[in-house]
Design a protein around this ligand. Structure first.
Ligand code: CUA
Length: 339
């Protein structure tokens, strides 16, 4: 009789644990928590993430099973005012529930330590790029002395980023979500970050340390190209493939348009402000003159008309900050790319 009850309980506990594990696994797997990695270091960090997540799911399902089972079987009846049974601990149980977490946490520490050590190895001949942060821009200087407002990296080669902030400036932090790592940019100090790109594409460079009014706009981008294309890029004086002047204004970190707006032509994916691929439809709805006039007004006095569903979040002052000729190029560029 006793054995049959015990087996029933174990089966119930196991059943609840499996259901909890399946639900947690589905949430872990199908919600896109992390961007698709674009670097070897990011791959390793994602491995640690999944290693830890699997352990968490296992612990969660055991706890959820014990909890649910107890709530169902041991709850007090509405008319039961008696005290619970006096319990004085269970040494074996306590040793087990201390030892298992200790082993798991140690395993996570060891895996993390190995990944940290691997991720700081730059190999014998890394490409060293100096990264200079200041309110509110990024500058990237290559071994040939050339400096750019955006980063270009070769796929498959170790890159060592030598990160600092301008003397007298504040602390910033370098982050490319697809490369998974963050590194502080501190005035008077050089911090290093090793990245080994594994796929081509353009990804955002984000300042991830609150650094002042322009923090949210302190963005640039990294373009990862093939090793041969990179050599050609360096030999050709490091010019990006003929950027339209308006795109250069759009991407100028001083303006940081892509931080808040989506524009497919510029690989911008911001969602704080209206999607600029829809600017034609928005202009038609606004009814405030020609498309160019609407775009111009929206840049110089963003509060004049708010696209439904958005707030008056765009900083004023772009009208004075962007010189008139550049502003004209930007308006033209946005007009041309409106669908
Ligand atoms: Cu620089 Cu935030």
């Amino acid at each position: 009789m006793f054995a049959r009850v015990r087996r029933g309980s174990v089966l119930q506990l196991a059943g609840i644990a499996v259901v909890a594990a399946v639900i947690a696994s589905l949430i872990a797997y199908f919600v896109p928590w992390l961007p698709k990695p674009a670097g070897r270091e990011a791959d390793r960090i994602h491995f640690v993430y999944w290693f830890t997540t699997i352990i968490c799911i296992a612990v969660f399902s055991v706890v959820a099973a014990a909890l649910t089972y107890s709530v169902i079987h041991f709850r007090a009846r509405p008319d039961d005012d008696s005290d619970g049974p006096p319990i004085h601990g269970h040494t074996t149980l306590e040793i087990v529930w201390t030892a298992i977490p200790a082993i798991l946490v140690t395993a996570i520490s060891i895996v993390s330590a190995i990944v940290l050590a691997e991720n700081s190895k730059a190999g014998a001949n890394p490409l060293v790029v100096k990264v200079l942060a200041q309110q509110f821009t990024w500058q990237f200087t290559y071994p040939n002395g050339k400096t750019y407002g955006y980063l270009t990296l070769p796929k498959g080669r170790h890159v060592k980023l030598d990160i600092t902030s301008r003397e007298g400036d504040v602390i910033h932090s370098f982050w490319v979500p697809e490369l998974s790592q963050k590194q502080d940019a501190v005035p008077g100090q050089h911090n290093f970050l090793v990245v080994t790109p594994t796929r081509t594409g353009t990804f955002p460079v984000i300042c991830t340390e609150l650094c002042g009014l322009g923090h949210a706009l302190m963005r640039s981008h990294v373009t990862i190209i093939g090793a041969a294309a990179f050599d050609k890029w360096v030999k050709g004086g490091g010019q990006a493939a003929a950027v339209p002047p308006g795109l250069a204004v759009f991407e100028d970190p001083q303006n940081g348009c892509g931080g808040c707006h989506t524009l497919k032509a510029a690989h911008a994916t911001g969602t704080i402000g209206p999607d600029l691929d829809n600017v034609k439809a928005d202009a038609a709805k606004a009814g405030r003159g020609s498309l160019a006039a609407y775009i111009h007004e929206s840049i110089v006095s963003p509060g004049a008309y708010i696209v439904p569903g958005f707030t008056n979040a765009m900083p004023p002052g772009f009208g004075t900050r962007i010189p008139p000729d550049k502003l004209k190029q930007l308006v033209q560029y946005l007009e041309q790319n409106a669908k």
